[in-house]
Design a protein around this ligand. Structure first.
Ligand code: ATP
Length: 221
């Protein structure tokens, strides 16, 4: 059976999730208080309805119980976002993803059982900052408060050297989990793998360790 999604709040973030899920052929129920927003998504999502998600009866009437994954993308109204999440939780929704506005909001959402709390502006800010620090850092994904995965261009400092020679695990405490080489991906590369300048390395580790690795082996002098 096809997974069913609902997106509550059709601002830029919720709207973009709604568009992308629909484009991927997913069944999406789009919900917003604002009639204009709902009209905008009528032809994009499977169903688009004007509704107030803080009204428990409305959520029931919409058949929310049968939805597999609900994305709560209510922006400024933190109270509405928390209340909606709480009620979705009570309805027994399997997976709830909520956009947090700030750290306090995030804390409350985690406490009341939101499965995923996202902070798109903050996370994108961090990713862009890492990209600005070094042109060789292509992407950055936060795993926890102090662990991440980065995607880096190998560059000249690592070119022609093997993983064992660079001794990344012992020297920097991080692991190269994959190497992207043109169209190939080498998963769990051998220690004897020789790195090419144009390779892209996927590195996992503690932020402090990754930072030392970046400084010494990635950032060009
Ligand atoms: P963006 O996602 O565009 O960066 P944002 O996070 O500030 O911005 P808003 O512009 O506030 O998001 O958009 C949130 C949407 O959620 C609005 O379209 C608003 O009408 C809708 N919304 C707010 N409260 C409710 C509610 N109780 N039920 C349904 N929709 C709601």
């Amino acid at each position: 059976m096809k997974k069913e999604f609902a997106v509550i709040g059709l601002g830029r973030f919720g709207g973009s999730i709604c568009r992308e899920l629909s484009r991927e052929g997913m069944e999406v129920l789009a919900i917003d208080l604002d009639e204009d927003k709902v009209n905008e998504y009528k032809d994009i999502a499977g169903h688009a309805v004007i509704a107030d998600s803080t009204d428990e009866n409305v959520l029931r009437e919409l058949g929310m119980r049968n939805i597999d994954h609900v994305i709560v993308a209510i922006g400024d109204n933190i109270q509405a976002s928390i209340l909606t999440t709480l009620m979705l939780k009570e309805l027994g929704i399997k997976t709830i993803t909520v956009k947090a506005q700030n750290d306090y909001h995030e804390k409350v959402l985690s406490k009341i059982g939101a499965d995923h709390v996202v902070h798109p502006e903050r996370d994108m800010g961090k990713r862009i900052a890492h990209n600005i620090i070094s042109n060789n850092i292509l992407d950055y994904i936060e795993l926890s408060d102090d662990h991440s995965v980065v995607e880096v261009k190998a560059g000249s400092k690592m070119s022609g050297r093997t993983l064992v020679d660079l001794d990344i695990r012992a020297q920097y405490g991080c692991n190269v989990v994959a190497i992207k080489r043109k169209k190939d991906v080498i998963v769990s590369p051998m220690a004897t793998e020789e790195i090419r300048e144009s390779d892209v390395l996927i590195v996992i580790g503690a932020d402090n360790d990754i930072s030392r690795f970046e400084k010494n082996l990635v950032v060009e002098d």
